[in-house]
Ligand binder design. Structure first.
Ligand code: AMP
Ligand code: ZN
Length: 474
């Protein structure tokens, strides 16, 4: 089997993936800024990470994933200028920044659950990590790559980049990076390229904390450096985000982190391309109007149709959003669901699949290992089901459920739900309670319900994603 290959923005090539401590993989993703709902473009970014994570697991890796929630410091410009995004919504809605952040964080979690995006192992909010950021800024200052001014603590970009002044990730010179941006530069900065690590003397800002340099608040970029280091170590294997983060946010994260630790920050930067309204026009919050998952659901689509729609495109290709394309993805979803719902018990319980299915498994794993070629993997999964129908041999359930560990459609759950109608009402009720308990991560209750189901004569089998309930002795 070929090793897992992935495109690394640092080298601009598809590279063999070699984590620092195999089989463990550390993965950090820039998460949502919680001042508006996350639109379907944002969801593409989070779906991409989810599929990457699941594909790595299928390839034998153990992934530890951290994602931040940005609830302070992200200004209306990606640079330091403008207003804090969360505070702007708070003022407009007459709420506190915390209320705004909590509301949109909940909405985000609700949507990722509907899309069956696994919650990260660590989901960390910026405002809970102010002391970590302060300590990191102090290290950067101690190493001589930052300076203090009345308006803030600034990162000294030119000193860091040295004579070439080229960005490692964006491959842009400092002037190119700034071209076309109209910024209100603080006269305090040594150079307009410098960015704020900590902002001081902004009395209108609602969120403020004490620091060794005075009361203030963090710049946007420092949170990701501080939290990735705290939860994943000085050097992480993979860092993800949309391609919009390459020139400023991720370039600055590298500078801050490496100037503090003297060690490489990230081994593989992996960026997803945009979901667009039409070619070249990104779906974005600043456009004012943007499609949400709830819009798709109101229009009668299943949330997982959007999941499969994204799965059907390569993560590095721009993807054009259209109802027709989502409808086509929904057809594929129904096709898999129907296969699962109508599968006989003997096929579903067979310990081994028919030998002809093995080749499909190899092709599926290989497609994902080939720079996460999800359209090809999807085609293999559809072919497997079609071939099973054609042969009249549906002994492929082990293979299909393994594919589903990456597709994420919960085919086993769909099959159980279809069969649920056959359970006695008391058993069906316990099964539903246990499903809810597991999804809430209430494992104590789930174990208690398992015992009761076993007493009623059912064998309970859990996988990471789903459970099956089979009458004992059948
Ligand atoms: P934000 O909440 O704006 O910080 O964005 C959260 C994530 O969504 C980031 O990784 C962005 O790069 C990504 N993102 C934003 N817009 C799009 C889009 N139209 N398509 C794909 N990813 C996006
Ligand atoms: Zn980030």
């Amino acid at each position: 089997m070929k090793p897992f290959q992935i495109f690394n923005t640092l080298s601009r090539t598809v590279e063999e993936f070699r984590p620092l401590n195999p089989p463990n993989v550390t993965l950090y993703s820039c998460g949502p800024t919680v001042y508006l709902p996350q639109h379907l473009g944002n969801m593409r970014a989070f779906l991409f990470v989810d599929v990457l994570k699941r594909a790595l697991r299928l390839a034998g890796y153990r992934v530890r994933h951290a994602m931040n929630i940005t609830d302070v410091g992200h200004m209306t410009s990606d640079e330091d200028a403008g207003e804090d995004k969360v505070e702007r919504t708070a003022r407009a809605e007459g709420k506190s920044p915390r209320e705004v952040a909590d509301y949109y964080t909940e909405l985000f979690l609700h949507d990722i659950d509907l899309l069956r995006i696994e919650r990260p192992d660590v989901l960390c909010r910026a405002t809970d990590h102010i002391p970590d950021m302060i300590r990191l800024i102090q290290r950067i200052l101690d190493n001589g790559y930052a300076y203090v001014r009345p308006s803030g603590v600034y990162f000294d970009v030119e000193k860091w980049r040295g004579p070439s002044r080229m960005g490692r990730l964006s491959r842009q010179s400092l002037d190119e990076q700034m071209a076309g941006q109209r910024l209100e530069h603080s006269p305090d900065k040594k150079s307009p390229h410098d960015f704020a690590l900590w902002v001081l003397n902004q009395p209108h800002h609602l969120m403020q904390w004490d620091s060794p340099w005075g009361r203030g608040y963090p710049g946007w970029h420092i949170e990701c450096s501080a939290m990735s280091m705290k939860y994943l170590g000085a050097t992480i294997d993979i860092h993800t985000g949309g391609t919009d983060h390459i020139p400023v946010h991720h370039e600055n994260e590298i500078a801050q982190s490496e100037s503090a630790t003297g060690r490489p920050f990230v081994r593989y930067f992996v960026h997803n391309a945009f979901l667009v309204e039409k070619p070249g026009v990104k779906i974005s919050k600043s456009a004012g109007k943007f499609p949400l998952l709830s819009d798709l659901v109101s229009a009668g689509f299943h949330p997982l149709a959007f999941r499969l729609f994204c799965f059907g495109a390569k993560y590095r290709s721009e993807l054009v959003f259209s109802d027709e394309a989502i409808a086509a993805a929904q057809k594929n979803f129904e096709y898999f669901a129907q296969f699962a719902r109508t599968l006989g018990d003997s096929e579903a319980r067979a310990a081994e699949d028919s030998p002809w299915a093995r080749e499909y498994r190899e092709r599926f794993v290989e497609a994902l290992g080939n720079d996460l070629n999800t359209p090809q993997a999807l085609a293999v999964a559809l072919e497997l089901a079609a071939e099973a129908y054609r042969r009249g041999d549906r002994h492929v359930w082990n293979t299909l459920t393994e594919f589903d560990s990456v597709l994420g459609l919960d085919l086993a759950g769909l099959r159980e739900a279809a069969r649920g109608a056959e359970f006695p009402p008391e058993v069906a009720r316990l099964i539903e309670q246990r499903r809810a308990a597991r999804s809430d991560r209430n494992y104590k209750l789930a174990d208690e319900l398992r015992r009761r189901l076993e007493e009623l004569g059912y064998e309970v089998r859990d996988t990471r994603d789903s459970s099956s309930y089979v009458p004992k002795g059948v």
